[in-house]
Design a protein around this ligand. Structure first.
Ligand code: NDP
Ligand SMILES: O=C/C=C/c1ccc(O)c(O)c1
Ligand code: ZN
Ligand code: ZN
Length: 363
């Protein structure tokens, strides 16, 4: 590996079109700037958003695209103005790698809501260079968007916390839903949903999983600690559970009716939409008026919340439930995730499958 100014390359798995298939791709890494951290990727979780982006569900995909935004790696080089990280540190990076630093959200430390946010992939830096994500041997990330992984946490277990964990922690904090004794619902028991169960339980909530099938019942109760399990098509069970929940975290990634879930909320209850759904959704207004209910949304979390969430998980001994995937089996994992066949997050073992050392330098 060369010095901070040498040109480096990384090798990752990239989508080249919307077919869903990733193939190996070598590209130029952004130069390690004064505030940048060069990370050798160790593990990267696979989020359903990666499928949305690879398959162009949002109509904004640019190829070649190296996805992956639940990144854990080892710092191998830092720019001269980096104060918070050193070579050898185990760190994480997530969905956002840049923001304007001047707007209202940036000044309020909720930079995920900056309109000039830079996404970790499928985006460009202000200089026009494409961003590429964590299904790759290396990433260069501004120190503002890097977090330290607590020393007691296994790197592979930490990866899903950087998107899935943060995505549930942030709205629970923001909407004041942290008190013990609250009754929470988790709609859709996938990567985000399973972290929802774990984090809500750790906050002392009574947690109901609402799933599309009975297949995950035993695991949800026995392994994740859910208190109740509802199958959304079981009309009698849904009716019996009406008016019982303070909030529902809705992680379903496709269009679905909202009325059955609004019915489960108490007066003043909230449904917090997480799924990225690029089609209109419907509800009739009495469903929210007659109960002062809210339909709201939330987008990942801030870097400050990411640090807080990692501390919370460390303190409570929380980790994710994962299936490790070899780097060259990434396409199989993507197909299984799309078929709803994962318990509960795939994490790609990037370092074991990267021939390239972190980043190759050509000087
Ligand atoms: N707002 C934000 O900041 C973030 C948004 N997201 C978005 O949240 C959504 C969920 O992400 P993630 O948890 O990674 O996804 P997963 O695929 O891991 O989980 C989604 C769950 O939804 C349920 N489901 C119902 N219908 C379908 C369907 N047709 N296809 C697949 N799943 C279905 C399944 O649960 P069950 O079997 O229990 O029914 C499934 O496990 C995605 O749209 C993702 O883009 C993700 C991270 C951050
Ligand atoms: O997985 C994290 C990203 C979530 C996301 C939310 C909203 C949106 O428009 C996206 O493109 C991604
Ligand atoms: Zn994600
Ligand atoms: Zn901003």
């Amino acid at each position: 590996m060369g010095g901070a100014s040498s040109e480096k390359t990384a090798t990752g798995y990239a989508a080249h079109d919307d077919s869903g298939v990733l193939t190996l791709y070598t590209y130029k890494l952004r130069q390690t700037g004064p505030e940048d951290v060069l990370i050798k990727v160790l593990f990267c979780g696979i989020c359903h958003t990666d499928i949305h982006q690879i398959k162009n569900h949002l109509g904004m995909s640019k190829y070649p695209m190296v996805p992956g935004h639940e990144v854990v790696g080892e710092v191998v080089e830092v720019g001269p103005e980096v104060t918070r990280f050193h070579a050898g540190d185990i760190v994480g990076a997530g969905v956002i790698v840049g923001c304007c630093r001047n707007c209202g959200p940036c000044k309020s430390n909720i930079e995920q809501y900056c309109n000039k946010r830079v996404w970790s992939y499928n985006d460009v830096y202000p200089d026009g260079q494409p961003t590429q994500g964590g299904f790759s041997s290396a990433m260069t990330v501004d120190q503002k968007f890097v977090v330290k992984i607590p020393s007691g946490m296994a790197a592979e277990q930490a990866a899903p916390l950087l998107c899935a964990g943060l995505t549930v922690y942030s709205p629970l904090k923001h909407f004041g839903l942290t008190g013990s004794g609250l009754r929470g619902g988790i709609l859709g028991l996938g990567g985000v949903g399973h972290m929802g169960v774990k984090i809500a339980k750790a906050m002392g909530h009574e947690v109901t999983v609402i799933s599309s099938s009975d297949r995950k019942r035993e695991e949800a109760v026995e392994h994740l600690g859910a208190d109740k399990y509802l199958v959304s098509s079981d009309e009698a069970a849904m009716a019996a559970a009406a008016d019982g929940l303070d909030y529902i975290i809705d992680t379903v990634p496709v269009v679905h009716p909202l009325e059955p879930y609004l019915s489960l909320l108490k007066v003043d209850g909230k449904i917090i939409m997480m799924g990225v759904i690029n089609q209109p959704m419907q509800f009739i207004t009495p469903m929210i008026m007659l109960g002062r209910k809210s339909i709201t949304g939330s987008f990942i979390g801030s870097m400050a919340e990411a640090e807080e969430m990692l501390e919370f998980c460390e303190k409570k001994g929380l980790s994710s439930m994962i299936e490790i995937v070899q780097f060259d089996r990434i396409n199989e994992a993507l197909q299984r995730l799309e078929r709803n066949d994962v318990r509960y997050r795939f994490v790609v073992d990037v370092a074991a499958g990267s021939n390239a050392s972190a980043a190759s330098s050509n000087d």
